[in-house]
Ligand binder design. Structure first.
Ligand code: MN
Ligand code: MN
Length: 294
């Protein structure tokens, strides 16, 4: 893998993530039938949705990722307190959306300084998994750091074994893709997860795409492994509805890492908020450099 290829795939992952968030947000919490009735096939970044977004605006998924990425870059390494502080600043910035579990964890930190919540069975939402891409990028050649940093950032809001396992697995898959490993390596990661927690099995696919981490991961893996281009992968995923901005973001991350930034449709990249695109480009370079790959 050349440096150029690594950067191309890393940028594909981060911009693909933001595209999936912006595209999926329009149809978040809708059923496939409702989407079909209203849009036919939903395939353009047009904003709207239950959050009433501007076209090209992203939601908590991308914003929380940027908060983690900025903390890593500002401190040239891992500083969990800086991550938590950035979450607080984000919470107080009146974001378009915030999940209940994220809000509860961030407020606990703000009020008590406590960085980690106690383990909870009902913390199995996708809120920790969805924001972990900057950690993957900063630790591309240091998997030992990857596991530690990922779990620390997760536990600020989500301390749950299913969330932990999913966060690590998706990160490992992205790592394989950016490093140019083959699909067999990715499938093996998915199989390892399923052997640990059989509930993640996605074949046959149930069609559930909720914010429960099990439903989210099943949806993401089903459409990632079952499609053969960036565009078809994202469109199929978000038209499944449910937590479509988050499934869209996560599948966009995987597909972007696999196919590279040049496979992201131009119309999506130009529809994205351009300040956001610049910020993502800057963070991607900074994080890859920190990983020692630039
Ligand atoms: Mn969201
Ligand atoms: Mn969501």
């Amino acid at each position: 893998m050349s440096t150029e290829q690594v950067l191309n795939r890393a940028l594909g992952a981060y911009l693909g993530f933001a595209c999936g968030d912006a595209l999926g947000a329009t149809v978040e919490f809708m059923t496939p039938k409702q989407i079909q009735k209203r849009y036919g096939v939903h395939q353009d970044i047009i904003g709207g949705g239950w959050l009433g977004l501007e076209a090209g605006q992203v939601t908590d998924d991308t914003q929380m990722s940027l908060a983690i990425g900025q903390a890593i870059i500002d401190h040239q390494g891992w500083n969990i307190q800086a991550v938590a502080d950035n979450f607080v600043a984000w919470l107080e910035s009146d974001p378009p959306d915030i999940g209940n579990t994220c809000r509860r964890g961030i407020m606990r930190y703000r009020d008590s300084g406590e960085l980690f919540g106690l383990p909870r069975d009902d913390d199995a939402g996708n809120g920790a998994c969805m924001r972990n891409l900057p950690v993957v990028l900063a630790t591309l050649n240091r998997l030992d750091y990857f596991n530690e940093w990922s779990l620390q950032q997760s536990h600020i809001t989500h301390n749950n074994p299913l969330s932990n396992a999913a966060t690590l697995t998706l990160g490992h898959i992205v790592n394989h893709l950016i490093n140019g490993h083959d699909m067999a390596a990715c499938i093996q990661e998915a199989e390892r997860l399923i052997s640990q927690y059989s509930e993640f099995s996605y074949n046959p696919y149930s069609g559930k795409a909720s914010g429960y981490i099990v439903d989210t991961v099943q949806t993401v893996l089903h459409y990632f492994f079952g499609t053969d281009s960036f565009e078809s992968c994202l469109i199929a995923t978000v038209n499944q509805g449910g937590d479509a901005d988050t499934t869209g973001a996560l599948v966009g991350m995987l597909a972007g890492a696999k196919y590279g930034v040049q496979q992201i449709p131009e119309r999506w990249l130009t529809q994205l908020d351009q300040q956001l695109v610049a910020q993502i480009r800057q963070q991607t370079t900074g994080l890859i450099r920190l990983a020692g790959l630039l």
